[in-house]
Design a protein around this ligand. Structure first.
Ligand code: ATP
Ligand code: MG
Length: 154
């Protein structure tokens, strides 16, 4: 069964828009093409929501932006979640997908969380035979990029 990924992302952003406005964060969706894929809707919605939620909550306290983009080729669809936030220190980049890991920095410690979101996202992405990568620079921002096969092959 195929899911419209454009609609799935619109729903994810719609649900998180109130939190973003409260934090003065602009939420942008760039859908470069129509995408239909064979995914578990509940798990994929949670995986992508966790990334967008992080991008909002670890944003610049003065306000900033989150840009979600969707693209595809003949084999995969690609979602990137980029933010103008506090960034992740280089020495933490290898740990953020571990359960309960949180960056120990005064600003990120003030922001609540259990450290499970990214572990949940990664396991859902791996379950879909996908991949997730992170690029980040402290005090500049972070980009997560996700690649998922359009068709699931067991
Ligand atoms: P939870 O998601 O369970 O509520 P959490 O947000 O702390 O808690 P994760 O989503 O797993 O947990 O993220 C782990 C850590 O990685 C965060 O505590 C934060 O330090 C860092 N992090 C994740 N996403 C970002 C981001 N977009 N910008 C800056 N730091 C981030
Ligand atoms: Mg989180």
């Amino acid at each position: 069964e195929m899911t419209n990924i454009n609609e799935l992302l619109e729903l994810v952003l719609k649900r998180l828009r109130p939190i973003a406005s409260k934090q003065n964060v602009e939420l942008i969706l760039d859908s470069f093409r129509p995408v239909n894929a064979e995914i578990d809707q509940t798990k994929m919605t949670l995986a992508l929501s966790n990334l967008v939620e992080n991008a909002i909550k670890y944003n610049n306290p003065e306000g900033g932006w989150v840009r979600v983009s969707l693209n595809a080729d003949h084999k995969y669809f690609y979602v990137t979640v980029a933010d103008s936030g506090i960034g992740i220190p280089e020495e933490s980049l290898n740990h953020i997908f571990e359960r309960f890991y949180r960056v120990d920095k005064s600003h990120s410690r003030e922001i609540g969380g259990t450290g499970l979101g990214l572990a949940i996202s990664r396991s859902a992405i791996v379950m879909h035979r996908g991949a997730i990568k992170v690029y980040s620079k402290e005090n500049e921002g972070t980009t997560f990029s996700v690649r998922i096969p359009l068709v699931y092959i067991a």
